[in-house]
Write a protein of this length. Structure first.
Length: 267
């Protein structure tokens, strides 16, 4: 089942078309990762599906209704977005930032209700950020900040969460911390997660469903075993890979790889 889907979608900036006539379906209640080389349209597709970016042609549907026909406030009750490298005003506390997630649910003068405060505290506890509540966001480490941004998204209480490269600039331990948190939210809260990742092994390990892109097209889509093959990775990334089985997850895993090199006779 898919609440969110794009049909014959064309996306671009000005006259430059990045994604042309694409069909995509996001499975409900699963973690979907979009992978592919730089500039292939991963973030462009994610922004279009989350309504951050208008489309040129086609239609994106959420709950069988055109996403652009729905009000911004209604969309914000269904979709939360964590953009790449989000910015925050200097001096803002963790609690204040997380409280912004309640904006779609507020009425009147926008004062926080008892229900809002309950949801804010819940989101911080789930993400392990409650102890930072009164601290400035500027005083936190990169991994802590990323968890706070996820807490803000959770405070929206949406069923669908988009994350654009959530592990960028983090060291390996903080990357795992964020990806394990995302997995926890999916399993315990039933959230549908769509994220862009660069690390192929992380995408396979922490996802149920993969979308593999190259030059604005979807080359393969499906579960990790279907998508992570030598043939697909050669076509998408121009690499010759050795694939084994992750002893901890049972999923496929890249062991090593080299660039595919054409012989002189093929040039």
């Amino acid at each position: 089942m898919s609440r969110l889907k794009g049909e014959q979608v064309t996306i671009g900036y000005g006259d430059n078309v990045i994604v042309d006539n694409l069909d995509v379906h996001i499975p409900d209640g699963k973690i979907t990762s979009i992978i592919g080389p730089n500039g292939c349209g991963k973030s462009t597709l994610l922004k279009a599906l989350s309504r951050l970016l208008p489309i040129k042609n086609g239609e994106i549907k959420l709950d069988d209704e055109n996403i652009h026909a729905q009000s911004t406030k209604e969309i914000a009750k269904k979709i939360a977005i964590l953009p790449q490298s989000p910015e925050v005003a200097d001096g803002l506390t963790v609690g204040e930032l997380v409280s912004y997630g309640r904006f779609p649910h507020q009425k009147g003068f926008g004062r926080l209700s008892a229900e809002d405060k309950k949801e804010i505290d819940w989101a911080m506890r789930v993400t392990g950020t409650y102890d930072f509540k009164l601290r400035s966001i500027n005083d936190l480490s990169g991994g802590q900040r990323q968890r706070v941004w996820i807490a803000m998204a959770l405070a929206q209480r949406t069923d669908i969460i988009f994350l654009d490269e959530p592990t960028t600039y983090l060291d390996i331990s903080h990357q795992l911390e964020i990806l394990e948190l995302i997995t926890q939210l999916n399993k315990e809260q039933g959230c549908t997660i769509i994220m862009v990742l660069h690390d192929i092994n992380q995408a396979v390990r922490f996802s149920d469903h993969l979308i593999t892109m190259k030059q604005g097209d979807i080359v393969a889509t499906g579960d990790t075993e279907k998508v992570l093959t030598k043939e697909i990775l050669e076509k998408v990334f121009n690499i010759d890979v050795e694939i084994s089985t992750d002893p901890r997850t049972g999923k496929p895993m890249l062991v090593t790889y080299d660039l595919c090199r054409k012989s002189y006779s093929e040039v």
